[in-house]
Design a protein around this ligand. Structure first.
Ligand SMILES: [Cu+2]
Length: 195
């Protein structure tokens, strides 16, 4: 009897719980609650390697809605520039993008100031986005894309779905004229260098 009562209460309360978890910004279809809550703690080596067969090619794994951080609007568990790839200028960047959420997301490399905009426009490098970045894709089938990071500067990997990047769905992507190996930094931890 008490158990049934408790269950009834829990069911009655659950919509409120979800409402409390809902994104703060109204009017946007964000990733909650679909992001993978069982995702393992992100580790840099999962997301960056150097292609052993192809010199000067960095392989990036970019997972949208990796976990519940920023309502699923994250890449590899990081949002708002909280992770930073650094790629030596002139290297080829080979990306496999997946999306853990049924909410569409995408990945597009843009100049850093663009992340504040509602629309991302064209990629900063030729070929540097998933297909249809505005519409986005869903699913864990990898969507590959490849480009040459031929210009040094501060860029970002952003979600091209309208308004997502402005709500934090981006991580930093630097192209360095001095770096000799690609690296990935999570927060203020020391950068992981792939060799
Ligand atoms: Cu997104």
């Amino acid at each position: 009897m008490f158990r049934n009562l408790a269950l009834a209460c829990a069911l009655a309360l659950s919509p409120l719980v979800w409402a409390a978890d809902a994104p703060a910004a109204p009017g946007h279809d964000h990733g909650a609650p679909a992001a993978d809550s069982k995702a393992p703690e992100p580790k840099e080596s999962m997301f960056l390697s150097v292609d052993p067969k192809s010199p000067k090619t960095a392989r990036l794994v970019v997972v949208s809605a990796y976990n519940a951080v920023n309502y699923g609007m994250n890449f590899n568990g990081f949002a708002k520039g909280g992770a930073r790839y650094t790629i030596p200028q002139g290297w080829t960047v080979s990306v496999v993008f997946t999306n853990n959420s049924p909410v569409p997301h995408s990945a597009i490399v843009v100049e850093k100031p663009v992340v504040k905009k509602l629309q991302m426009g064209e990629p900063a490098f030729k070929g540097a986005s998933t297909p249809y970045p505005v519409r986005g894709t869903t699913g864990k089938t990898g969507v590959p894309f490849e480009f040459v990071a031929d210009e040094a500067g501060e860029f970002a990997i952003a979600c091209g779905f309208p308004s997502h990047s402005a709500n934090g769905h981006w991580i930093a992507f630097d192209v360095s004229a001095t770096a000799t190996a690609p690296s990935l930094q999570f927060g203020d931890k020391p950068a992981y260098v792939a060799r």
